[in-house]
Design a protein. Structure first.
Length: 93
């Protein structure tokens, strides 16, 4: 796996080709499950009660579309890599 994202094994390791064949409701559930703990961890690290990364204003659809685009461009990678790339856009790194 290219991004070193190991949390995906808890949620299912989807290759990008597998991800692209998944139905939207399954993608949305996976994206929420993957990104929610990262968001909570970020808030904990920053010690902020406000939405430091703007994730509350983002939709699950945006995350799914971002992972779709990532996977279309990187078919040899994992969906978790795409989710990690999306999360980085939220936190500005």
């Amino acid at each position: 796996m290219s991004g070193g994202v190991h949390a995906s094994s808890l949620l299912g390791d989807h290759t990008c080709p597998q991800w692209l064949r998944m139905q939207v409701p399954a993608k949305q559930a996976w994206a929420k499950s993957f990104l929610a703990p990262l968001t909570l961890a970020l808030k904990s690290i920053h010690g902020s009660k406000r939405d430091a990364s703007g994730e509350a204003s983002r939709t699950t659809g945006e995350a799914v579309a971002s992972i779709d685009s990532y996977c279309a461009a990187h078919p040899n990678n994992m969906a978790a890599d795409g989710a990690g790339a999306y999360f980085k856009t939220l936190v500005g790194s």
